[in-house]
Design a protein around this ligand. Structure first.
Ligand code: NAD
Ligand code: DAU
Length: 341
């Protein structure tokens, strides 16, 4: 099995958790992290990896072929056959509603450039980290399977669906060794506080109003980020090339139930809840059928929501300075030091 891995977007939420998992579980692997450090990238997520001889950070953008080349150069210097796990993306639905173009640039153009470079360099495996949002929205019942037709509803999910199709085409046309994962909503350490759970924790801690879109009855299927990372590792090591694997934990909750739980864990009043204007095109319900990855790769989630949500809240409580530095912009100091702006 390959010992050198390029990870794109490793300074973001899931990418950082994945790099920490690999350090623990695959300590002999060499790791290259290619990340543009957009607003969502934070090197303070990775301080424990800094200076490690088997780890390289490449500050680069997947929409720039020369930056992708730098990552492959770093991988070659570390030696061994190279595989790649692709997390880098614009990931927030609300931002895509305000402006779709950055999503097309990174998620679509960036993915194609990465596929071209990875093919030219003969990577052994390429895991494309996608999302359940490509399937669109469910009614009251049913689950997304890998056969559910793609029907994305936001510029974000449309750009991810486009990237999935480019990966599929690379497999079909070039025999490229790619695999695709589609996971439901993640929560856990290092998530940027624009997403529901860390946003609500952060606001509740500060006694600020908690904005709930629409009637609060939209349903998401929540998975602890470490479980997602373990599933990606299983797909990387044992998945069948060309296949899509859904990932989810059968943890469906209405948004309002999540917000109430956060408030109750923190001992705060539900008077902080504010119902606000709905997200345009707001998908009603997501729910994942993850039986294929269970059957083929033996993966199942290890964390129960009832335990992992309090763990997550505790992580944000004990990492108050991480949260504060994200909220006041101090986490961008690295860029100021390196580039003076
Ligand atoms: P995130 O927004 O926290 O992190 C994205 C990372 O990608 C950041 O470090 C950012 O700097 C980097 N990046 C963005 N544009 C880049 C570019 N052009 N070049 C290089 N790096 C760039 O995202 P996340 O929540 O960690 O999601 C990671 C991946 O997982 C995404 O592809 C997302 O679609 C997918 N996903 C996320 C969830 C979820 O619940 N968060 C669920 C399923 C799938
Ligand atoms: O399903 C996987 C997807 O989950 C990932 O592909 C995306 O990258 C990730 O951002 C997430 O998308 P969502 O749109 O589901 O996540 P978000 O945290 O933005 O919102 C979760 C739900 O909470 C959604 O129904 C909207 C609602 N919400 C969100 C925010 C930020 C609110 O009610 N109020 C809020 O302030």
């Amino acid at each position: 099995m390959t010992k050198t891995l390029i990870v794109t977007g490793g300074a973001g939420f899931i990418g950082a958790n994945f790099l920490h998992l690999l350090r623990r579980e695959r300590p002999d692997w060499k790791l290259v992290n290619l990340d543009a450090l957009t607003y969502a990238g934070n090197l303070e997520n990775l301080t424990e990896l800094e200076g490690h001889p088997g780890y390289r950070f490449v500050h680069g953008d997947i929409t720039r072929p020369e930056d992708i080349e730098s990552a492959f150069t770093a991988a070659r210097e570390l030696g061994g056959g190279v595989s790649l796990v692709h997390f880098a993306a614009e990931s927030h639905v609300d931002r895509s509603i305000r402006s779709g173009l950055p999503f097309v640039q990174t998620n679509v153009v960036g993915t194609q450039l990465l596929l071209d470079a990875a093919r030219a360099h003969g990577v052994e495996r390429f895991v494309h980290v996608s999302t359940d949002e490509v399937y669109g929205s469910l009614g009251e019942s049913g689950y997304f399977t890998e056969e559910t037709p793609l029907a994305p509803n936001s510029p974000y999910s449309a750009s991810k669906a486009a990237s999935d199709m480019l990966v599929r085409a690379a497999v079909h046309t070039h025999g490229f060794p790619a695999l695709t994962t589609r996971c439901s909503n993640n929560y856990g350490p290092y998530q940027f506080p624009e997403k529901l759970i860390p946003l609500m924790i952060s606001k509740a801690q500060d006694g600020e109003p908690l904005p709930v879109y629409g009637d609060g009855k939209n349903v998401r299927d929540w998975l602890y980020v470490v479980d997602h990372c373990e599933a990606i590792l299983a797909v990387l090591e044992r998945g069948r090339v060309g296949e899509v694997y859904n990932i989810g934990g059968h943890n469906e909750y209405e948004n309002l139930a999540i917000v109430r739980r956060v408030l109750s864990e923190l001992g705060k009043s539900e008077d902080l809840i504010r119902f606000v204007k709905d997200r345009p095109g707001h998908d009603r319900r997501y729910a994942i059928d993850a039986s294929k990855i269970g059957r083929e790769l033996g993966w199942k989630p290890r964390h129960r929501f009832e335990e992992a949500l309090p763990l997550t809240i505790e992580w944000y409580r004990t990492h108050a300075s991480w949260l504060q530095r994200v909220r006041n912009g101090a986490y961008r100091e690295y860029l100021t030091r390196q580039y003076g702006g």
